[in-house]
Design a protein around this ligand. Structure first.
Ligand code: ZN
Length: 311
């Protein structure tokens, strides 16, 4: 109580200072990013005007993440909380409540055209009477670079709302970064175009690449659905192996956030070779091949292309 009174007093002092003086004392905007990809976007837009705390770090799995006490602490101090939304962060609601944060929770998928989970999992779910909801929305919108640009615009808008003085800088940073995303988009499209059409079906662990598929025209099959929360059933795996044989999938990949065991089993049963690691729901650590979003998109498509074309 005392603390919040003091904070209120401090805020009123700062806001009543003359314009230039307030900025000289301005602290960085305290930003919480729910996972590593959003952290990277936020840093590109915010530069040194912001200080980011990330909840689910490199190689982390946001679907099954268990928040730590320090996460609640960061949330309670945050000015802006950036999340994916579309139920990607299953832990989020509990954490928001536990932290009693007053920050605005900004869902970066606002304005994205959502796509639904793949039908094969709906049918598999019917067969096994698994607990699945029809028409579940795929939350992995960031796997389309066109969508990444929407995330970036939403971040700039959120930072402008929280820090009006920085708005010109945020908008300029967002424009420069969006330009780099456009270049990356061209590279990804060119890489996919170089893969023969009849070789564009591949396998990963879970359905994280629906937006990539929709945008760039590869077909991804996976034993697990849009969340890693429920393990793939034997029926799911059998259905996938059958599909592999029918669709003549060209390659199989492990993901950085999931156990490789299931993919290795599918590889050995179908005779496909594991083509490498794709970064699905998290970036790599700083010394890895996908420590930024742009590096991740390049790494993924290059790994796919390399495995299929054998280069
Ligand atoms: Zn996922």
């Amino acid at each position: 109580m005392l603390k919040s009174l003091r904070l209120a007093a401090l805020v009123s002092v700062i806001t009543s200072l003359p314009f230039g003086l307030a900025s000289a004392f301005a602290e960085p905007l305290k930003v919480v990013a729910s996972f590593s990809i959003i952290e990277d976007f936020a840093k590109n837009v915010g530069g040194d005007r912001i200080e980011v705390t990330t909840l689910v770090g490199p190689d982390g799995d946001a679907h099954v993440y268990e928040p730590k006490p320090t996460d609640a602490m960061a949330m309670s101090k945050a000015d802006v909380v950036l999340v994916n939304g579309l139920h990607f962060e299953g832990f989020l609601q509990r954490l928001v409540e536990a932290s009693a944060t007053k920050a605005s929770i900004v869902e970066l998928t606002k304005g994205v055209e959502p796509i639904k989970m793949k039908e094969e999992h709906e049918h598999a779910a019917d067969d096994s009477h698994a607990d699945h909801h029809h028409g579940d929305i795929d939350p992995h919108a960031f796997q389309s670079i066109a969508n990444a640009k929407i995330y970036v615009k939403n971040i700039a808008d959120a930072f402008c709302a929280a820090d009006k003085e920085g708005c010109d800088a945020y908008k300029a940073n967002a424009a420069a970064y969006t330009q780099k995303l456009t270049e990356t988009e061209k590279d990804v499209k060119a890489a996919v175009a170089s893969i023969p059409e009849d070789k564009r079906t591949i396998i990963t662990s879970h359905d994280a690449f629906g937006y990539f598929e929709h945008e760039y025209g590869l077909t991804f099959l996976a034993p697990e659905g849009i969340s890693t929360e429920a393990e793939a059933s034997a029926a799911d795996v059998a259905a996938l192996i059958k599909q592999v044989r029918e669709d003549k999938a060209s390659a199989v990949f492990v993901e950085n956030i999931t156990n490789a065991r299931l993919i290795e089993q599918i590889a050995s049963e179908t005779g496909l070779k594991v083509g490498g690691t794709l970064y699905s729901d998290a970036l790599s650590p700083a010394d890895g091949p996908a420590s930024t979003y742009i590096d991740m998109m390049h790494h993924n498509v290059d790994t796919i292309k390399g495995a299929i074309l054998g280069s």
